[in-house]
Unconditional design. Sequence first.
Length: 158
Amino acid sequence: MMRRRARGALLVLVLLLIGVLFVMCVGFLSTKSQEAMVANQARDSFQAREIAFSGLETVRVKMLNDPDFPPARLSPTQEVFEISEELRNYDDTEVLGRYQLHCDRRWMDAPYNRLRVTAIGQFQDQSGNPVRHRLIGEFSTAPGERGRMTNFIDLGAF
């Protein structure tokens, strides 16, 4: 009789141990899947940020190489103009992302001599959801300093 109870107690103990190991494995797998999701979100946000940076760099290069950039006002009330561009892979077969530039001319004249540019970089994550990042850069329009970034603000992902 005593042996039967010992065998039954051992069986219950083994089942409890298997249950505890199962719960620990499920917790570990859950933690790892959350870590992978956070890493993917960070990667997508980084790519959207870099796309926004490429938009600011586009403005800087245009200011250095094109004396007619930013374009003259079309009307006395036009203070803001926009530029949008898609970024494609090397084969030009796939859209990698896009940026939108909002260029504010209100401070272009003396004494400020600044062009304020808001760049929004957009990237599609694996699910097809857009990930966006917003940057603001101010560029000097003063003679001799044209195209130099004087201020930079990172407003983050949204």
